[in-house]
Design a binder for this molecule. Structure first.
Ligand code: ZN
Length: 467
């Protein structure tokens, strides 16, 4: 074969290989690669030198980097050889705008804290603008520490929804329904009407699930509770409620109704549809059975329960029974005071070990399950999020492995739960949209939000002086 024809053959083969490569490679919007991919799929696969392919708002594949690179032709890529990739974290209970009251008063009994500080501060300051800037600050903190879904219970929840969409975070947002005048509703009937309006407005939103959130059994009439359930059912939404947070709530409900809060709510039919119960600390075996039978999800809030001296929820027992449990930060005003799910994973695990005197209770992998797929199950969102697998929404994070607290690495679950911090989060994607890159927010003006946060802080402090 002459030199020219050999060159021609090489060129032709080269083109053929290239064409074949292109023909086989499917288009994707992104490939993310990392030293490990923690999938949290049914097999709990951890892929060393792994990658995730993303198209539109969804994950199309998770596998080894070489396989994903062979199968997909991405428009953009994010290669993090010194980081791990994990599902975005899910906060199943908070009151986001209360970041603006962060640390207003600490180390007090709940009643004094509420009556001397929180209620007056809220009465004098809660406006839609307070809620908007508070939510922006909360979203900034949550996204930068790897939270991609949050569950909220507050007022002006429509403003929270608008802000969550603007920041690009997923939200299950519960408008508070409570038996006394609140910042956005004079009566529970008004609150129910408002909730329905919000549910209609955000009905088919890709990021937002609106929900009624009757505050608790002891702050609402039976009739209001039943109406909240009916409203949730009409829109196929979950119902969010605080449940058995304190011993006092249990004692008073027992004295008044002859039933525990769980049994009383069940008797009213409140658990007849999807429900997320926050705290669930003071539960006996009969209560746990009710939650299991009614498939009620639990938002476990270890920081809050410890800080307010509420008690320790029987999480290990719940998990043995198959109850869906997620993690919540609660707060952030005085019951936490931050929105960092890495801390909640770590504390959830250690708290169960402490109260059961068993170092094997709630091991690291299970703690990460609570913050990801467990939280998604508790919220009824496990078909959409909580793990990295095909057809789920692209909610994922990278976490740096090149910091002192990440070296050496023997077990990724242990590292995630006991050693890594929210501040190690490097990149965040929600619903296929990159919202944090290299620890910088892409959807929120950080400088402006911090300045506004300080400004609101000064106003709140002034308003309390004017008593
Ligand atoms: Zn709460």
């Amino acid at each position: 074969m002459g030199r020219t024809s050999r060159a021609w053959l090489l060129r032709t083969c080269g083109c053929f290989v290239l064409l074949a490569g292109c023909a086989w490679a499917e288009p994707a919007d992104w490939i993310w690669s990392g030293r490990y991919v923690i999938t949290m799929d049914a097999g709990r696969r951890v892929i060393e030198n792994g990658a995730v392919a993303i198209r539109g708002d969804s994950i199309v594949a998770a596998g080894s980097k070489s396989e994903i690179d062979r199968r997909y032709q991405p428009r953009q890529r994010l290669d993090r050889p010194d980081a791990l990739i994990a599902p975005g974290l899910i906060n199943t209970h908070t009151h986001a705008p209360m970041v603006l009251l962060r640390g207003i008063a600490d180390d007090l009994r709940l009643q004094e804290w509420l009556e001397r500080y929180i209620f007056p501060a809220e009465a004098r300051n809660i406006t839609p603008e307070f809620v908007r800037w508070g939510t922006r600050l909360a979203c900034l903190e949550m996204l930068l520490s790897g939270t991609t879904t949050f569950t909220d219970m507050y007022y002006f929840e429509d403003v929270i929804a608008e802000t969550a969409k603007e920041c690009g975070i997923r939200g299950v947002l519960g408008e508070t329904i409570i038996g006394f005048p609140s910042p956005d509703a004079k009566t529970p009937a008004d609150a129910l009407r408002l909730t329905e309006k919000f549910m209609q407005r955000f009905r088919s939103d890709p990021l937002i699930t609106m929900a009624p959130a009757p505050h608790a059994i002891f702050t609402n009439s039976d009739e209001t509770l039943k109406q909240a359930r009916a409203l949730a059912d009409r829109y196929s939404a979950p119902l969010l409620i605080h449940l058995s947070e304190t011993k006092r709530e249990n004692d008073e409900t027992l004295a008044k109704r002859g039933k525990t809060p769980t049994a009383a709510l069940d008797a009213l039919g409140i658990f007849s549809g999807p429900t997320l119960a926050a705290h669930a600390v003071w539960l006996d075996d009969a209560d746990l059975n009710i939650l299991r039978e009614r498939r009620v999800g639990v938002a476990h809030c270890p920081s809050s329960n410890m800080k307010l001296g509420s008690g320790a929820a029987p999480v290990a027992k719940m998990l043995t029974l198959g109850i869906a449990v997620g993690l919540g930060t609660d707060g952030p005003a005085g019951s936490n005071n931050d929105l960092n799910l890495f801390e909640e994973m770590d504390l959830a695990s250690k708290l169960q070990k402490l109260v059961t005197s068993d170092p094997q209770a709630l091991p690291a992998r299970q703690a990460l399950e609570l913050a990801t797929i467990g939280g998604a199950r508790a919220l009824g969102l496990d078909k959409q999020t909580g793990s990295l697998e095909p057809a789920k929404r692209a909610d994922l994070i990278t976490v740096r492995l090149d910091r002192p607290n990440a070296v050496p690495l023997y077990d990724v679950y242990s590292q995630m739960v006991y050693a890594l911090k929210g501040s190690d989060v490097q990149d965040v994607m929600v619903n296929g949209r990159l919202v944090v890159r290299d620890a910088q927010p892409l959807t929120i003006d950080q400088k402006q939000v911090l300045a506004k946060g300080r400004e609101f802080g000064r106003k709140v402090a002034e308003s309390l002086k004017a008593r």
